[in-house]
Design a protein around this ligand. Structure first.
Ligand SMILES: NC(=O)c1ccc[n+]([C@@H]2O[C@H](COP(=O)([O-])OP(=O)(O)OC[C@H]3O[C@@H](n4cnc5c(N)ncnc54)[C@H](O)[C@@H]3O)[C@@H](O)[C@H]2O)c1
Length: 358
């Protein structure tokens, strides 16, 4: 029997979109058949490089192509709502970049469209495919560091090269990161929040936060936030988000459990796991040699902080084999809702209970 081939269109020709295109091209059961960008010159250049013959400036024309089974939406965040809904209504499976959307109204509209559709809809929470974080999740799931007590993650990403602060951000398609609703927390910090939600397996119940703006002073939002959260089962968490700190995109993350600790980040070729022997017990692969001595093991990992290929493999498997989506619209929505709570808590100077009703 002939294998089914998934015909895919990618909406936008940004760098991130090119990562997605590579994932599609590498997949044995997928074909990149069309690309789109409002910047037609860019779209033509990318299409030529990727060997794609169909190029569109208007995403609606791409969606009107009956042979396209699935689309990947990689446009600025405020456009996700209209494109996600239009794609579902056109009968396409959708892989939509994070953050799902920038406000509650947009989230509700996308969630309603997903509920109405029989197509797959997946949110691109790509940190779930980062090799170091996958290893952290596996070690914690096997109980090797016991019950989680305190966890932290950072979204440290100097936007100096990609952000031109601009009040009138809508007038310039390159300046969408200045949109106040796209404040660094929702736009980028959703990675750190989603990572913790995924690893803990629960949602923040209460959020406190502070914020400041010392570097990008003309941005319409605070460029740095720090938040303390309480998760179910009394797991405490800290999320640091800065789009101005002098560091290239890094997610330094630490996980303290009752039996051990893990330090990981997405730009390091190893993760480090620490354990102390507890009452002679040995758990998993880490066996301390002496009573009460700490053992530390460094596990090598591949560095792939934008593992779009693995993400697409998962998406293609879900679509081709009719499997359930893991990173559903509600998963993407909850991560963004927790981010809304961070921003609100910092503004109000009071704890906020995130609203997960979608
Ligand atoms: N998962 C990740 O780690 C990750 C990393 C980077 C970006 N992103 C997300 O990917 C999306 C794109 O970000 P980026 O940094 O790649 O963007 P970018 O600013 O580099 O490029 C955006 C592209 O979208 C095009 N575009 C704008 N409006 C359009 C429209 N109406 N129709 C078609 N094309 C249009 C622009 O011309 C441009 O080529 C955002 O949602 C962003 O948050 C995710």
């Amino acid at each position: 029997m002939e294998k089914k081939i998934l015909n895919v269109g990618v909406i936008s020709c940004s760098n991130m979109a090119e990562g997605h295109m590579k994932g599609v091209i590498a997949h044995p059961q997928a074909k990149l058949v069309a690309v789109c960008d409002i910047n037609l010159e860019k779209a033509n250049t990318v299409a030529a490089r990727r060997g794609v013959s169909r190029v569109y400036q208007d995403y609606k024309e791409l969606l009107a192509q009956p042979d396209i089974d699935a689309v990947i939406i990689v446009t600025p965040d405020h456009l996700h709502r209209e494109m996600a809904i239009a794609a579902l209504e056109a009968g396409k499976h959708v892989l939509c970049e994070k953050p799902l959307a920038l406000n509650r109204d947009d989230i509700n509209a996308i969630a309603a469209a997903v509920k109405k559709s029989d197509k797959k809809f997946m949110v691109g929470q790509i940190c779930r495919y980062t090799p170091s974080f996958k290893m952290v999740k596996d070690i914690i799931s096997r109980g090797e560091i016991g019950d989680l007590v305190f966890v932290e993650s950072e979204y440290a990403h100097d936007y100096e090269k990609i952000l031109k602060a601009c009040e009138d951000w809508k007038s310039d398609p390159e300046r969408w990161r200045s949109n106040p609703e796209r404040n660094g927390v929702v736009g980028g910090g959703c990675h750190a929040v989603d990572l913790l939600r995924w690893i803990i397996g629960g949602d923040p119940e209460e959020v406190r936060a502070y914020s400041t703006k010392k570097i990008f002073t003309d941005l319409p939002y605070d460029d740095t936030h720090i938040s303390i959260m309480r998760f179910p089962n009394n797991v405490m968490a800290k999320v640091f988000v800065s789009v101005s700190c002098k560091r290239d995109y890094t997610m330094r993350s630490v996980f303290y459990g009752t039996k051990g600790t893990i330090i990981a980040d997405n730009r390091n070729a190893q993760i480090e796991v620490f354990r102390t022997e507890i009452a002679g017990e040995t758990v998993g692969s880490l066996i301390p040699q002496k009573p009460n001595s700490e053992v530390s093991v460094k596990f090598p990992v591949a560095i792939a902080n934008h593992n779009a290929t693995a993400e697409f493999e998962d998406f293609a498997d879900i679509v081709l084999n009719d499997k359930p989506v893991n990173t559903t619209v509600f998963e993407g929505a909850k991560s963004v809702a927790a981010c809304f709570a961070i921003v609100e808590a910092a503004k109000k100077g009071q704890p906020v209970i995130p609203d997960y009703n979608f």
